[in-house]
Design a protein around this ligand. Sequence first.
Ligand SMILES: [Zn+2]
Length: 215
Amino acid sequence: MNPNPMQNWNAEIAQFVEAAHRTAEHGLVRCSSGNLSWRLNDELCLVTATHSWLGKLMPEQVAICRVADGAPVNNVKPSVEAGFHVGVLGSRLDIRVVLHFQSPAATAFACRRDAGTVDYAVIPEIPVYVGPVAVVPYLPPGSAELAQAIVAALAGRNLALLRNHGLVTVGRDLDDALQKASFFELACQILLAAGDQAQALPDSAVRALQNIGHG
Ligand SMILES: [Zn+2]
C-alpha cells in the first residue's frame, strides 16, 4: 500500500464522526472527556481533535495523523492523548480502533483501591468480548509516561482501567470498540448494584466462553 496523505478520506471521516456521536449517546463520555482513533492504513489514522466533544464532533475536528509519531498531516490539532492512541495502533496490528472513555460505573472502579483484583466477569459478554483487563497507575494525562504505560498494558489485553482517570479499550472496528466499552460499563453497573452479593462466573464457564472468541 502506498498511502497518499492528500487522498480524500471524507467517507471514512463521516463514519468516524458518526461513531463518535454514538459513543456519547451510549453514555461512554461526557462533554470533552474521551477521545477516539481509527487506523486508515499502515501510515495514517484519524484522531479526534483536542478539546472536541465526541457527542457533537464535526468533520473539521478530525485530525489525520501519522501512526509513527502522531503528527497531524491536515492542520487539525489532535487530542493531547494522541500519543497513546498511535502507540497502541502502531503496536497492536490486530486492532484498528482505540477508544478512551469515562463512563460512570467503570470510572468508579478505576478510582477503587481494589480495581486490580475485582473479578469483572459477571456476565458472559466480558469473557467473550473483553477478556482479562489491565490496570494502569495514575500518570499525568497527555504525558509520554502514560502513553508508554498504556501501550504496555494493552500489549496482551483489550481494556485498561487508568487509575483516577478513566478507561481505554481497542477494537477491530468502530463498533467492536464501542461494544467492548459498553459491555464493560454494564458489568461495572452490575457490580455496583449487586454490591457484596456480586458473584462472578465460575472459572470453567469463563474458559468455555473465551473459546467462543469474538463471535
Ligand atoms: Zn484522558
